[in-house]
Design a protein. Structure first.
Length: 53
């Protein structure tokens, strides 16, 4: 099974993200859904940018 290691720095921002992930019952599923959401939002933003040109 492929894995991705993620490191969190000792910054307020990273520690907040770390705390949110750790609090999840299904950490792996949470991270995968967050990535999918991010990619969808990025794609939609790029499509909007293309439409306005």
């Amino acid at each position: 099974m492929p894995k991705v290691n993620v490191s969190f720095k000792q910054t307020t921002k990273d520690m907040k993200l770390y705390s949110i992930v750790i609090a999840q019952e299904e950490k792996s599923e949470f991270v995968k859904r967050a990535i999918e959401y991010y990619l969808k939002q990025k794609e939609e933003k790029e499509e909007q940018r293309e439409c306005t040109m």
